[in-house]
Design a protein around this ligand. Structure first.
Ligand SMILES: Cc1cc2nc3c(=O)[nH]c(=O)nc-3n(C[C@H](O)[C@H](O)[C@H](O)COP(=O)(O)OP(=O)(O)OC[C@H]3O[C@@H](n4cnc5c(N)ncnc54)[C@H](O)[C@@H]3O)c2cc1C
Length: 422
């Protein structure tokens, strides 16, 4: 793999052959996450495809000319022609492989795949999930000199990274942007020396053997595992939702509200998340219709007062969505009045759904004792029903799911484990 500058671009990239170019920056956690994957794949595909890197900050005009707006960005070239596919952000190894495979004949891909040597690494503790719960456990374990690895299917930070503002995390007088809080948590844990394997595909989780296979060929073993996989948003489960998920129907205001400047938006839900996120969306959208199944919101009083004082937001109480239908650029949400049973159509530019969360336990659901809602049962030291397996944060059975409670769980599990291992 070679580091090049803009002056060498023509000769190294455009002159011919198959090339993948990584625009990276310094002080860029996603760049650090992709670097070992890029290097590993260069060793595997290097005879057929040239792997080059370019420091974005020092080659800005070329980066801008090539449409590179964030770091890292991977661009693919075949005989001087740039592929329309651009990989950026939390890039997974499998995404890069898919793109490299598109550049080669099937027979050659088979030969390359035969060369892959599976690896096994061993740690004292494996933390699955790098949100506030997992990151805090990682920090405490690292400070106790326990050899720890953090594995996440996304970049570190968890749900906090997609929360626009956090005003209730102690230690900060002013509200903190969620991405900043999660960045600081992640950097603190990383600087201590915890090993990160993030933006990976989790291929298999074997709690009996205490091992996790990532990216198909990399087995990570540990003496103890902490599950910190958090929750994911519930879907409505009605017609049209799956088809329009990510294409007009969103579950994350921080991620998508900015695309609805001066537009009409429907928000579904009535709890704290729905009410707070509707208020945030109103910074952009011109009109918001909230649809709530009960005749009163369930959000706290303060959030409700703010919502009712917002002239852009109107609430349809006792209504439930029945289907979503695309009509050109618009989405039609059919809603039923639960009292009169009449169905009306809400026409909007986008829909946001905030109707609660479900625990991320799909890969080990049958192994652990769960509560009636599918959350993992733990004791006061965060031990699950399986020896050596701990769980922390939003994924466990508990009353209040907040950053502070996830952080507390992570602390407790780490201290308990450090004592057991000492
Ligand atoms: C919109 C919104 C706003 C919020 N606002 C606030 C607030 O203002 N204040 C507050 O205190 N709390 C807030 N919360 C709640 C807070 O974000 C959570 O309580 C907290 O993030 C829980 O931390 P966690 O580490 O348990 O899980 P998460 O933050 O959910 O992190 C879980 C991590 O596990 C990873 N993961 C999932 N499955 C796997 C797998 N199979 N293998 C490996 N990794 C996996 C995920 O990618 C993620 O990084 C908000 C939540 C939402 C959704």
């Amino acid at each position: 793999m070679k580091e090049i500058t803009s002056a060498e671009f023509e000769q190294e990239v455009l002159a011919g052959g198959k090339v993948v170019l990584d625009f990276y920056s310094t002080e860029c956690p996603p760049c650090e996450a992709v670097a070992p994957k890029f290097e590993g794949l260069a060793a595997l595909y290097g005879n057929d495809i040239t792997f080059v890197k370019m420091f974005r900050q020092q080659n800005k005009p070329l980066a801008e000319k090539l449409g590179v707006r964030s770091s890292p960005t991977l661009l693919f070239f075949d005989n001087g022609v740039q592929s329309p596919v651009v990989l950026t952000g939390g890039i997974k190894r499998s995404d890069i492989i898919h793109q490299l495979d598109c550049m080669l004949p099937a027979e050659r891909i088979r030969e390359i795949k035969k060369e892959i040597v599976p690896t096994v690494s061993e740690f004292d503790v494996l933390v699955l999930g790098a949100g506030p719960g997992g990151l805090t456990a990682g920090l405490y374990l690292c400070q106790s000199k326990v050899n720890t690895v953090l594995i996440d299917i996304a970049l570190p930070g968890g749900q906090v990274s997609t929360t626009h503002e956090v005003s209730n995390y102690p230690g900060f007088i002013d509200p903190q942007p969620g991405y900043m809080l999660s960045h600081n948590m992640s950097e603190q844990t990383k600087q201590c020396g915890t090993i990160y394997k993030v933006a990976v595909d989790v291929t298999k989780i074997d709690l009996d053997k205490k091992e996790v296979v990532i990216d198909e060929f990399e087995t990570v073993r540990a003496k103890k595992i902490i599950i910190a996989t958090g929750t994911s948003p519930n879907l409505m489960g009605i017609a049209g939702e799956r088809e329009m998920k990510g294409k007009g129907i969103s579950y994350c205001a921080t991620c998508d509200a900015k695309y609805y400047g001066d537009k009409d938006v429907v928000v579904i839900g009535g709890g704290n998340s729905a009410v707070e996120e509707a208020d945030f969306i109103s910074r952009f959208a011109s009109k918001i219709t909230m649809v709530h199944q009960f005749d009163a919101l369930t959000a706290n009083r303060q959030a409700q007062d703010k919502l009712f004082a917002n002239p852009k937001i109107k609430v349809l109480f006792s209504h439930e969505p029945r289907s979503f239908v695309r009509d050109g650029d618009k989405i039609i949400t059919e809603v039923e009045d639960l009292k009169t049973k009449t169905v009306t159509k809400l026409v909007s530019d986008g829909v946001f759904v905030f109707i609660g969360m479900k625990p991320n336990i799909d890969m080990f659901r049958d192994k652990l004792a769960l509560d009636n809602w599918g959350y993992i049962k733990t004791d006061e030291d965060m031990r699950t029903s399986m020896p050596g397996i701990f769980a922390v944060g939003d994924v466990i059975s508990k009353k209040y799911r907040q950053i502070t409670t996830a952080v507390a769980d992570g602390t407790i599990a780490a201290i308990a484990i450090a004592k057991e291992l000492s």
